[in-house]
Design a protein around this ligand. Sequence first.
Ligand SMILES: Nc1nc2c(ncn2[C@@H]2O[C@H](COP(=O)(O)OP(=O)(O)OP(=O)(O)O)[C@@H](O)[C@H]2O)c(=O)[nH]1
Length: 519
Amino acid sequence: MIKITLRQLILLLALSMALLTLGYTLYASYQTQRDLLMQLELENNYAYATKLASSTDNFLAAAQQQLAFSANLLPPLMAHPASLVAETERLKRQTNSFNSVVVIRPDGRILASSPAALHLTGTRLDSAGFREALAKRKPLISPPYIASTGRLVIFISHPLFARNGRYLGYLGGTIYLHEQNILQSLLGENHYRDGSYLYVVDNKRRLIYHRDTARIGTVVNGNPAIEAVIAGRAGSQRLINSRHVDMLAGYAPMHLTQWGIVAQRPTADTLDGLNALMLSIIRHAAPFFLLSVLGVWWISRVIAQPLSRLAATARDWDSPAATEEINQVRAWYDEADKLKRAVLAGLGRINQKLGRLNVENVTDELTGLINRRGMQATLAQWQAELRPFAVIAMDIDHFKWVNDRHGHDVGDLVLQYLARQMCEGSRSDDQVCRSGGEEFCMLLPGCSLDMAIQIAERLRERIAATNCPTGEPVTLSLGVAHWPGSAGTVTAVLKAADEALYLAKHNGRNRVEMAATEK
Ligand SMILES: Nc1nc2c(ncn2[C@@H]2O[C@H](COP(=O)(O)OP(=O)(O)OP(=O)(O)O)[C@@H](O)[C@H]2O)c(=O)[nH]1
């Protein structure tokens, strides 16, 4: 199974942390900014609706005052049509509040009107506003209605009374809702900022003013802002309007009429800037993010390197250069350093143990000489190196008798004594072995057969002439062979030396014989 590497892990961890942090920061700042923007928009629209509601109220009050002022002047002039017309002209031109101005008699007939081009004087128009004014005989602002001319209008009127209180009719001004009028000048001034706009509804949810004049006069149902404003409440809220557009609306009722103003802006338009801002933040952050990724990639490499080098070297722990290579690993941080020390300590202990095992494996306990296994390994190596050598195999004569006479312990001392003697008479390259029991061997690298025979002879003579731990000398029988002279393989050359040794025994002991093949 493929396992994730430390480097990939660090990279993955750092990247996911960076992405999470970046994502969360962007998300949090987006949410905060969004809430703030929407709140600001709602407050702006609320303030705007309140201000315009109050301006419109003031305008309507002023219009009523103008009518009231003229209505005071008109009763003495009722018999003077020219003066009445002049007053209607003045009223219309001076204030520009009305699209048309009329003076109506109690029977509904028009006494005077402006503009003159309408040619209304003398006619009797049957409009809802006219009828209401006649019926109520008090200052009125009519709801929107379709006039006899087919126009959608509102009608503001003031009754005319003679000094004696006799009702003389009324003075009225008409505002054509679909045409250029004072209401449009007032409300339309700043009505279209950044997608925001406003509209006015009457208490029947009918649009009195809207930037889309085609919608004026239509009734809008199911709009929470309109419902609130016709209930007389001012405020702001996010809503879905009758055209299914998500809007941030502020609204305020008017006090003189039961109308209401709603100022609003599509939520999407409000948040447009924010989306662009977020994209710009991401664009600016991207290079730094890429730099961070590169930085993390480099750091992950530096962190993982000591560990992967330690792992690679520890895999070949039995190679001679392993310790040196591990020593060269730059473990620059604490955990890697501890691991490096632990690996080095472990490797040292293993090597020590192996060395001890090797020595124990090839050493004879009693004499400290190399044993038969060590002897064979040495010979195999020399043979592999094509290094010629001579072998002297030897055996203590009648050693059983020594044991029987002096005891086994003394026998051991004799064996140790012989080992010492052999070592003293050998060169540093020579290998002295105890090949088994009371049998010994000397391996002499680079030594000719003749030289080996001389060495064997000298040893035999010295042992035979020296008292051993029994208090008297022992004698040796020795057989000499040579590689490659005596035989082609290690086994064969040892066998040849043994055969020469048996020959020495056979020929009377205390003597040296050489391998048969050499004769
Ligand atoms: N003390 C002691 N005796 C050993 C050891 N290993 C072998 N021997 C003895 O060596 C003796 C060898 O005897 P044999 O093989 O019969 O030969 P020998 O008596 O030496 O007679 P030849 O070899 O024929 O001259 C035996 O008595 C073994 O018990 C040892 O480690 N210590």
